[in-house]
Design a binder for this molecule. Structure first.
Ligand code: SAM
Ligand code: SF4
Length: 390
């Protein structure tokens, strides 16, 4: 039997729709999202999104659709329904195998669940992060643990059969007991998929500024590792497959959209700050909502940067992204697909990582060992560095 991770995707084009509004800006978050009181900007956003989608989506039925943010569930019910009208004018969601929407506990209601499912959303991903009030407060989350549980229940009551939960560990001061209790409380909700991220201090965030001022320090690395290992062991016991460093497939299987991305599949991103990658060309949209909307409504390009990736860059990104998947990477296939001689550039690094015990090779696939998994960012990052250097 094939495991989730062995099911290959990577063909066709996926669509990402970015909704850039949030109730609060969480202290750790560097995503392109804004707290805006005047909700008329939501109408401008929807008009501009319709225009951009009409111009940019020329790819037939998408492999997958991901409506993320920001906070898509923040839109009021009328505008929320219009978001789906706008998308379905250009894209047939019914033909799409996976349509995911991100939802936040503070704004998700049963009415919005019904609207989303009626337009073809078949997977919901809810950011819970923690079930501890003091950690939620530290992270600036706009909801309580109880509210998260109620919102998750509304997903089920509306008939959502593929619901995922995002959690974070390594919050400053967090103990193993607290993290373990968070995992158990999430499991009690019987999610179909779990994402468990180790908190990172991203430049430009409130958390990073506090760190620079000496007001907060990251947790001990050993503790982070222990939490990571506990997560893998506990979720394996609960029947979840770790198909990527931070992602665990339960009954709902893996997130096809993210798996397509990790396999360097083509995707088109629409909305402020959204990135696209199509046949070796990468571009990123203008970030501020008004400036992006102005360009879109004037039928001007929404991209602020674009680059054609060299085959070597693409190969290094394929290794960097693919090594995070438990299935690993087929180096020969990457070399063939991108017409790159992999050995001369990456051979020395592969050898070093193999000697260190961080990667293993089964004759076809290179994958991280348990020791390598603990250093996943650093190990995979070395391959990105190699293409920059050459
Ligand atoms: C696009 S974000 C947020 C989606 C949604 N608005 C929310 O707040 O749940 C998706 C996930 O990335 C994770 N994330 C964002 N910033 C992070 C950071 N600095 N460290 C670790 N995980 C992070 C969070 O778990 C979050 O749920
Ligand atoms: S984590 Fe989610 S809710 Fe918080 S600022 Fe980022 S996108 Fe918005």
């Amino acid at each position: 039997m094939q495991t989730h991770a062995q099911k290959q995707t990577g063909h066709g084009t996926s669509l990402y729709v970015h909704v850039p509004f949030c109730v609060v800006k969480c202290g750790y978050c560097d995503f392109n999202s804004y707290v805006v009181e005047d909700r008329t900007i939501h109408d401008v956003f929807l008009d501009a999104l319709a225009a951009e989608l009409r111009r940019e989506w020329r790819h037939g039925a998408p492999v997958s659709v991901f409506i993320g943010g920001g906070t898509p569930s923040l839109l009021d019910p009328v505008r929320f329904a219009r978001l789906f009208e706008v998308i379905t004018q250009s894209v047939s969601l019914r033909e799409c195998r996976e349509v995911t929407m991100e939802a936040n506990p503070e704004s998700l209601t049963r009415e919005k669940v019904d609207i989303a499912l009626s337009y073809g959303v078949n997977r919901m991903s809810m950011g819970v992060q923690s079930f501890h009030a003091h950690h939620l407060q530290f992270l600036d989350r706009a909801h309580s643990a109880e509210r998260a549980e109620q919102a998750f229940a509304s997903l089920r009551a509306g008939g959502c059969v593929n619901a995922s939960i995002d959690l974070m560990f390594g919050i400053p001061g967090e103990t193993m007991e607290e993290w373990s209790a968070d995992l158990e409380r999430a499991l009690t909700l019987q999610p179909d998929h779990l994402s468990c991220y180790n908190l990172t201090f991203e430049p430009g965030t409130r958390l990073h500024r506090d760190f620079e001022r000496g007001q907060v320090a990251p947790n001990d690395e050993e503790m982070d590792r222990a939490m990571f290992l506990h997560t893998r062991a506990r979720l394996a016991e609960a029947g979840f497959e770790a198909y990527e460093v931070s992602n665990f497939a339960g009954r709902g299987g893996p997130c096809l959209h993210n798996d397509h991305y990790w396999q360097q599949g083509d995707y088109i991103g629409v909305g402020p700050g959204a990135s696209s990658h199509w046949r070796g060309v990468r571009w990123t949209n203008i970030k501020p909502v008004e400036a992006w909307a102005k360009a879109s409504l004037a039928k001007l390009p929404c991209a602020s940067t674009a680059e054609t990736l060299r085959p070597l860059q693409r190969a290094s990104e394929a290794i960097w992204l693919g090594l995070r998947r438990s299935h690993g990477i087929d180096l020969a296939a990457i070399g063939e697909r991108l017409a790159v001689a992999v050995d001369p550039v990456f051979g020395a690094i592969l050898k070093r990582h193999h000697t260190a015990g961080w990667i293993e090779f089964d004759g076809r696939f290179v994958r991280l060992t348990p020791a390598g998994l603990l250093l996943a960012d650093r190990v995979s990052g070395d391959y990105l560095g190699a293409s920059l250097a050459s």
